[in-house]
Design a protein around this ligand. Structure first.
Ligand SMILES: [Zn+2]
Length: 368
């Protein structure tokens, strides 16, 4: 709380001094005349405190904060579709002054994107994109990171570390690597190292160990069904691919990785009547072979979790994104306009007061 108060005080001073305008001008020049920001959300909830108790808080934003963050973005920039953002990045520099732009994205396809975020986007008349995991759409299944986090958190509640989970040997060895890390840090470590089939086996075994059924996990971890996605698409939201099973692609053999990307594309095309144009790398991880695979499957753009500015002429398969959640703009007394200015305009980054989120594979610690 003290740290947050100090941060808000610093942000207030920087915003009052116009630091965001200085950083903006600098970044605009580096970016080739116009800043193109892409922001990433995951879950949206009406009840943040209880959702944050039950799940990964870094994937959460409350509906009221989302509204204020979106209003901030719409006030400071032009909100464009992801397709338009990619087009602007690939176009010649503007001849005259042009407003900076931002594209809004939601990863993973949580049900609340349709139930809570969509009405807000429609009320504010803002375009957006949503990336979905096709193997989970319309099922009661929950994504591996939500199940793994829930199981690790339950172990912690019982006073057990991952080392004391008592799974059979190859799976337990993976948990042993987590040492004394807490649930969120253990999750980061496991999803960055363990290939999807083994991760799924680990999740299943751990769920049995703590007696959790996936359909009984927090309702906010439920995913959209095809009616939801059709409603999203009908409202103009661009629906993109996020693999069939939320698999970290660089950890898979090439044939299996291709099945994840092609299968996702084909299902979206068959169900929604048009091929998806954009892709989001699960857990934010990718490598040159993965990027070539995504391009060969016809995707025009792909988003990472690398929190840096996009630059004109940059690779559209390496779009950088700012991951946003409740705490991005949360001060000790609720929503902080000064924090919004400093975090969303990149002031803290410019001053190296924000943690950089790496993108290329071998990076650890993301929840794309
Ligand atoms: Zn994801």
């Amino acid at each position: 709380m003290l740290r947050r108060a100090v941060k808000v005080a610093i942000a207030g001073g920087l915003a009052a001094a116009g630091a965001h305008r200085v950083v903006g001008a600098l970044r605009r020049r580096e970016a080739g005349g116009v800043r193109v920001m892409v922001v990433a959300y995951h879950r949206v909830t009406h009840d943040y405190p209880s959702a944050a108790r039950e799940g990964l808080s870094s994937l959460l934003v409350s509906a009221t904060t989302l509204r204020r963050q979106l209003e901030h973005l719409a006030r400071t920039r032009e909100v464009v579709s992801l397709s338009d953002a990619i087009r602007i990045l690939g176009s010649p520099p503007p001849s005259g002054p042009r407003r900076d732009v931002v594209a809004i994205t939601f990863d993973d396809g949580y049900a609340d994107v349709c139930g809570v975020a969509l009405p807000l986007l429609e009320a504010l008349r803002l375009p957006a994109a949503a990336f979905v995991v096709t193997g989970y759409v319309g099922t009661e299944r929950r994504l591996p990171h939500d199940r793994l986090y829930a199981a690790l958190a339950e172990l912690a509640v019982r006073g057990l570390t991952p080392r004391q989970a008592g799974l059979r040997s190859p799976l337990q060895r993976r948990l042993d690597e987590c040492g004394a890390l807490g649930p969120a840090a253990s999750l980061d470590l496991l999803i960055s190292r363990v290939p999807h089939p083994e991760l799924q086996a680990l999740v299943d075994a751990l769920a049995v160990r703590v007696g959790q059924k996936e359909q009984e996990l927090a309702p906010g971890t439920r995913l959209m069904d095809w009616d939801d996605l059709r409603a999203l698409a009908a409202a103009g939201v661009e629906v993109g691919g996020h693999t069939v099973s939320h698999a970290a692609l660089p950890l898979l053999p090439a044939r299996r990785a291709r099945r994840e990307v092609e299968g996702c594309r084909d299902t979206l095309r068959d169900r929604l009547g048009r091929a998806p144009r954009h892709f989001s790398y699960p857990n934010g991880v990718h490598d040159p072979a993965v990027r070539a695979l995504v391009a060969s499957c016809g995707f025009e753009g792909a988003v990472t979790t690398e929190d840096r500015e996009n630059v004109r002429g940059g690779d559209p398969l390496l779009l950088r994104r700012k991951m946003i959640w409740e705490n991005t703009t949360l001060g000790p007394a609720g929503y902080s306009r000064a924090l919004a200015t400093c975090n969303l305009e990149g002031v803290f980054h410019a001053l190296r007061l924000a943690r950089a989120v790496p993108g290329e594979y071998a990076a650890e610690g993301t929840h794309g």
